[in-house]
Design a protein around this ligand. Structure first.
Ligand code: DLL
Length: 433
């Protein structure tokens, strides 16, 4: 089912014309309202009038997470704070989170985008949606929540955590759709079986999974365990949140909401735009955002684009699954984690050496993070309580920076292998192929 046929089924020419028009408006707006972009454009000798069609996008500067950090918290907002009615945030590489702000219009666009996604999954106002993405600064919970309301479905704002409670709600409230991370869906499938709840008492038929990479194998496993059809939803806070792209019944890539976002694939080294079909780094330009318009935002997600017609009738370009990242960001239990965040904690602990190793595993479908840290020679001790206290202290600090728990393992000085070149700080044993 198509939620907004005008927006989703335009001819490619008409779409590019609209994108060009909206790009011109966006550039005009950021030039006048965001000193950061005005400065960047002036440095490049660019005036808003130099942008005429969507092809001119290659003239514009890129934006990175670092730019958002450098302008923390509100420096890239293009409207006064009185126009901002919601804030969300996601992890920064160290220290400060990345803050995003939405005007009333932005929130209404976002909700409509999600209603489009849900319709593409075959959901209707008769569905009951169990939203088990986290509610809070993370965009998953509230993003899905307002989208369901726009569709007219019933939303159960379950949020994340407390699996037994989730199972009770699923059984008693009769949810027909569930939104959570794919790894949590797998975990939930097993927990339902372990709790002795019969699958006939769970009415789910649709799953809305994203916020982390997943595979066709995981899809099959989730579908079998929960007795549902599982769909991909992709997005990132900086651009909007969930719903920037979504699968349809054909499941041959995720349709991008192209009337609001322009997608490009760039070579992460040369920064040159790449032709469709090439795998590279995805960059987005917002075309209608008011609160935080961004030009050519480098997602660091690696994928490819496909403009060929889709059997569902939508004409929007599709992106492939995310096959990796061009930076070192990890997604652990749906939470974005930069090794540099953990490093900054370790550097602040005087009892430790700046040598560490992060080991990520998936145990019973849940991600685990082990942080091995070398203790300084003069502090290393056989006294168990001293070591336990230190472990606890570091564990607390990591938890407060990342928002997720890590298993801290203190190791002897010089026991973590040194590398000749770039230090290998992360061993990720999860399989995403
Ligand atoms: O994860 C927004 C979201 C919430 C998407 C709920 C889908 C569902 P951030 O926390 O800013 O936002 O993280 C964005 O997560 O750049 C990707 O690396 C990764 N990601 C998100 N969705 C997918 C997906 C939300 N479907 C970062 N497949 C992105 C693979 C995904 N990776």
């Amino acid at each position: 089912m198509i939620w907004n046929e005008t927006a989703e089924c335009r001819s490619r020419e008409e779409m590019r014309r609209l994108q060009g028009e909206r790009l011109r408006e966006t550039v005009e707006r950021v030039y006048h309202n965001t000193p950061f972009y005005r400065r960047k454009m002036q440095e490049m000798g660019l005036m808003p009038d130099d942008i005429e069609t969507i092809d001119d996008i290659v003239k514009l500067p890129f934006t990175t997470k670092q730019d958002l950090r450098d302008n923390y918290p509100y420096g890239l907002f293009a409207v006064p704070m009185s126009e901002i009615i919601r804030l969300h945030a996601s992890s920064g590489t160290t220290g400060n989170p990345t803050v995003v702000g939405y005007t009333r219009h932005d929130l209404s666009v976002w909700s409509e985008m999600i209603a489009r996604c849900l319709s593409a999954y075959g959901a209707t106002r008769d569905d009951i949606f169990h939203v088990a993405y986290g509610y809070g600064l993370f965009t998953g919970g509230l993003g899905l929540h307002y989208g369901v309301e726009t569709l007219g479905g019933t939303v159960i704002p379950a949020s994340s955590g407390n699996t037994l409670k989730q199972i009770q709600l699923l059984r008693d409230f009769g949810a027909t759709a569930i939104a959570c991370t794919p790894s949590y869906a797998l975990f939930l499938g097993e927990a339902i079986a372990a709790a002795g709840v019969a699958m006939k008492d769970i009415k789910l038929r649709i799953g809305i999974f994203g916020a982390e990479p997943w595979t066709e194998n995981m899809r099959r496993e989730i579908e079998a365990k929960l007795g549902i059809k599982a769909y991909n939803i992709y997005g990132l806070s900086e651009i909007m949140g969930p719903g920037v792209s979504h699968e349809c019944e054909c499941q041959c890539g995720s349709h991008i909401i192209e009337d609001h976002f322009f997608a490009e694939i760039i070579d992460p080294d040369t920064l040159q735009q790449q032709p469709h079909g090439t795998t590279g780094e995805l960059a987005f330009t917002t075309l209608t955002k008011e609160g935080l318009p961004l030009l050519r935002y480098r997602t660091k997600d690696l994928c490819s684009l496909d403009e060929s017609p889709c059997a569902c009738g939508r004409t929007t370009a599709r992106m492939s699954r995310i096959i990796g990242r061009s930076d070192d960001m990890l997604i652990i239990r749906g939470v974005n984690v930069f090794p540099s965040q953990i490093e900054s904690v370790i550097l602040g602990v005087e009892e430790c050496e700046p040598h560490y190793l992060l080991v990520v595993n998936r145990v019973n479908n849940l991600d685990t993070l082990e942080v091995q840290i070398e203790v300084r020679e003069d502090f290393f001790s056989d006294e168990l309580s001293k070591m336990l206290d230190l472990r606890k202290k570091i564990g607390h600090r990591i938890q407060s920076v990342l928002g997720i728990a890590a298993d801290v393992k203190l190791v002897e000085p010089r026991s973590i292998p040194r590398s000749e070149g770039k230090a290998k700080r992360v061993i990720d044993n999860r399989k995403f192929e």
